[in-house]
Design a protein around this ligand. Structure first.
Ligand code: GLU
Length: 478
């Protein structure tokens, strides 16, 4: 029987969706789409202090914004639920009981302070700081006595000697000696499971076929495989994807700028650019193409072509890619996508035709939707404020003033200003004043936009219209 592909994305709801996690979600989703498999969303919220429903909802929103939909999850349900770990405590307890029966789990009464003291002493002696199995040696009677006296116990997993190995889809054959980690805690005294236990139990019971996650979890995998083994389950296929580093080769963090999907969304990046860019970290298409639609990614992606070394987050490349998507998006869709970014500005979105014309004019100069906003805003200003010395000096030069006076005069003779009319006005101004090239065009650009650079000036003038052009140029007469 062919294996049913089931993958999962298992975020902890402790903040916004980090781009590293988003990339894990994207690769899981692509893999599911490619193989006709099931994409499960599981919320790992056993850390009650740090988890919140607000974070959970923001993760849902960000995943939806990226266009990643899930077949099973806390909100949509499914046959293998519940999909929130906090709702599965009974299930962990049952599986702990199974491990107890098989003598693979034992209670530990050691206090955190005592464990810490021992760890420090072992490190000072140059020895392995793993748990010394003090509580494994307790007799049944001693355990019962301690429980009777009100002592709370955590539960440790008994780690067998020997080796654990697996064939990772990215990292190939991996081997770990179990003596490198001691008997680890699987259940805390308050009855909540630790990450390794909950993840292994859930992946097993949810019939996950492929665990695709960040490389930082590779050291947890041998522990999870041991748990599978003791529960008589076959482990899934593991796939550890390389980490994302900043340009300084340190792990990507706040220090490097925006790191969450939410922040990138606010900055005006497009979901399709994010999906494309994040998929290309540590992976490339056989064709060498960099711009890859979701359909092509689903077609062409495979873990065999994935690099083993970490990926560097290159913001310049990301900006280039976002600009590409902005330039090539269907214009009406771009207008719709940009409108939410125009809130709290003076931009009047009710005149859609005008807004569309402006966006069409400026889109080639923008790397993000917030940059589109900056480029659109001047078209809605009543007055252009010159703020830097260069533009102020330029506008008050004698030759510029000559240009302004002539411009206003010729403008007067037209009823409206189309791009074509504007160009012929400029020709007449040049003829009359003898001012040419940059000295002719720049002062007008500064008057109409306040900037030294920008989109086609004739189109700018057409969009502003005769009255506004007149008012703006008059503003700069001295
Ligand atoms: N909750 C874990 C995390 O966010 C999931 C790790 C895993 O995929 O097993 O890192």
């Amino acid at each position: 029987m062919e294996e049913q592909i089931r993958v999962r994305f298992a975020p902890s709801p402790t903040g916004h969706l980090h781009i590293g996690n988003a990339r894990t979600a994207i690769l899981n989703w692509i893999f599911a789409q490619k193989s006709g498999g099931t994409f499960v969303l599981r919320i790992e919220d056993t850390d009650v202090e740090r988890s919140s429903l607000k974070s959970e909802n923001s993760i849902f929103d960000d995943l939806k914004w990226l266009g990643l939909d899930w077949h099973e999850g806390p909100d949509v349900g499914g046959d293998e639920g519940p999909y929130r770990q906090s709702e599965r405590l009974e299930i962990y307890k049952e599986n702990l009981d199974l491990l107890k029966k098989k003598e693979r789990a034992y209670p530990c009464f050691c206090s955190e302070a005592e464990l810490e003291k021992k760890r420090k002493a072992a490190i000072a002696r140059g020895e392995n700081p793993d748990y010394d199995r003090k509580c494994l040696k307790l007799s049944q009677a001693e355990r019962e006595n301690l429980i009777q006296s009100g002592q709370k116990a955590s539960w440790r997993f008994y780690v067998r000697p020997g080796e654990v190995s697996w064939c990772d889809l990215v990292k190939d054959e991996l081997r770990f000696e179990t003596e490198n980690f001691g008997d680890f805690i699987i259940m805390r005294p308050d009855g909540t499971p630790t990450y390794n236990f909950a993840a292994a139990v859930d992946d097993g019971l949810m019939k996950i076929s492929h665990v695709i996650r960040g490389d930082d979890h590779a050291s947890n995998t041998p522990k999870q495989i041991l748990l599978y083994e003791s529960l008589d389950w076959t482990p899934p296929t593991f796939c550890h994807i390389p980490m994302i580093l900043g340009p300084d080769r340190a792990r990507l963090s706040k220090r490097h700028g925006a790191t969450s999907i939410h922040e990138f969304k606010l900055k005006g990046y497009l979901p399709e650019a994010l999906i494309n860019f994040l998929s290309l970290l540590s992976w490339s298409s056989e064709t060498g193409d960099e711009i890859l639609s979701v359909d092509r990614l689903i077609n062409e992606f495979d873990f065999e072509r994935m690099n083993k070394s970490p990926a560097i987050f290159d913001l310049t490349k990301f900006n280039w890619m976002n600009a590409y998507y902005i330039r090539n998006m269907e214009l009406d869709r771009l207008v719709d996508t940009t409108i939410p970014y125009l809130r709290e500005t003076k931009i009047d979105t009710s005149d859609r035709a005008r807004l569309k014309k402006i966006i069409e004019l400026v889109r080639d100069k923008a790397e993000s939707l917030t940059q589109i906003r900056e480029l659109v805003e001047p078209f809605y200003e009543e007055r252009v404020q010159l703020t830097d010395g260069k533009t102020i000096a330029l506008s008050s030069k004698d030759s510029s003033q000559k240009v302004y006076w002539a411009f206003l005069r010729y403008l007067e003779s037209y009823d409206t200003v189309e791009a074509k009319t504007f160009r012929s006005i400029m020709k007449q101004v040049q003829k009359e004043t003898g001012v040419m090239g940059k000295d002719l065009w720049m002062p007008i650009r500064v008057a109409l936009t306040g900037q030294l650079h920008g989109p086609d000036l004739a189109m700018v003038a057409e969009i502003l219209g005769k009255d506004t052009c007149q008012k703006l140029v008059k503003n700069l007469l001295v």
